[in-house]
Ligand binder design. Sequence first.
Ligand code: CMP
Length: 140
Amino acid sequence: MLTLGIIKPDAVAAGKAGKVFAHLEKAGFTVRAARMTRLSQGQAEAFYEVHRGRPFYDSLVAFMTSGPCIPMALECDDAVAYLRQVIGATDPAQAEPGTIRKLFAESKERNAIHASDSPENAAREVAFFFAESELKGLWG
Ligand code: CMP
């Protein structure tokens, strides 16, 4: 199955994107699609719509539009739950050793990587960034 990951602007700006890709591949994910992009205000607001009204929402949108990020469609068995395990807790201070956030995140907001939190959201989030043709076209 597929899930969506995003290498966030903090990790891209710090030159850690390659290490994050390597970590994901070593963990067993196949990168089915990826692109570097800079989210517009409207895209970031729409992507994080479920968090609208939370105290961190405006700051999160500002952070996610602050520079380029890399959305990725990642494939693996049980991809949604497994990616969340591999990236670790939202707050890097709480993340398990060896997880991507423990290794590369700066803070609860600037936390290096996003992962879909349910199969339903994974389907919505993969479709938010990638057309069906981009996911299937290269792979037959
Ligand atoms: P992400 O997995 O992308 O989903 C929502 C994001 O909001 C989360 O990672 C963090 O970047 C951010 N976030 C969640 N909780 C907080 C918080 N308490 N303070 C600041 N940012 C947060």
